[in-house]
Design a binder for this molecule. Structure first.
Ligand SMILES: O=P(O)(O)OC[C@H]1O[C@H](OP(=O)(O)OP(=O)(O)O)[C@H](O)[C@@H]1O
Ligand code: HPA
Ligand SMILES: [Mg+2]
Length: 184
């Protein structure tokens, strides 16, 4: 699949599975079953986070509910425009709930810091973040990301939900692209 387009595999399918189990165990410790605020509410950021979100939900040994938001700042480019747009808002009120934002990647951190500000105005009981990947730039933003799967180098990555111009999301691993894909 995508022959000749993938330069290297950065994180394998096995590594993703093991890390997801590890993150799920840590999250379940903080949000044990039977809290008065109800089930933990996973808020997935479409479209990239859906692969990680569904695997994480199945790895979590506690009941969870799911909501999705679609925001976009990248379009078909490899760098953030800095302008975050809401393409789809949450269907439900999150007031009084324990909310866990599930992200595939924090790169510039613009999407997440915007999302944290937006969701915190809706008065959740708690608001925390889990991300599978984090790039160096994101460590500079003033947002406390409680659970990080992998800190990765500052390279554009695809697969396991992550796209370049909507392609490569369906790869089971995280990889880098050959320069010719970008027209290089
Ligand atoms: O930290 P940042 O620099 O803001 O980048 C991170 C965000 O960018 C990507 O989404 P994108 O806008 O590409 O939407 P998509 O998930 O639909 O591809 C990714 O899924 C994160 O949500
Ligand atoms: O490295 C990346 N790959 C795909 N989508 C992204 N969105 C932010 N950073 C990335
Ligand atoms: Mg994208």
């Amino acid at each position: 699949m995508y022959e000749g387009d993938i330069a290297s595999v950065l994180i394998s399918e096995d590594q993703i599975r093991d890390k997801t189990a590890e993150l799920a165990a840590a999250i379940a410790e903080k949000f044990p079953e039977g809290q008065p605020e109800g089930d933990l509410l996973l808020v997935g950021v479409l479209k990239g986070a859906i692969f990680f979100m569904t695997d994480l939900a199945r790895a979590l040994p506690i009941p969870t509910q799911m909501e999705f938001m679609a925001v976009s700042s990248y379009g078909s480019s490899t760098s953030s425009s800095g302008v975050v747009r809401i393409l789809k808002d949450l269907d439900k009120d999150i007031a009084g709930r324990h909310v866990l934002i599930v992200e595939d990647i924090i790169d510039s951190g613009l999407t997440l810091s915007w999302l944290m500000r937006n969701l915190s105005t809706r008065n959740p009981a708690s608001l925390s973040v889990v991300t599978l990947l984090r790039k160096p730039e994101a460590t500079k933003i003033d947002v406390d990301v409680e659970w990080v799967g992998f800190d990765i180098p500052n390279e554009f990555v695809v697969g396991y939900g992550l796209d370049y111009a909507e392609r490569y999301r369906d790869l089971p691993y995280i990889g880098t692209l050959e320069p010719h894909v970008y027209g290089g």
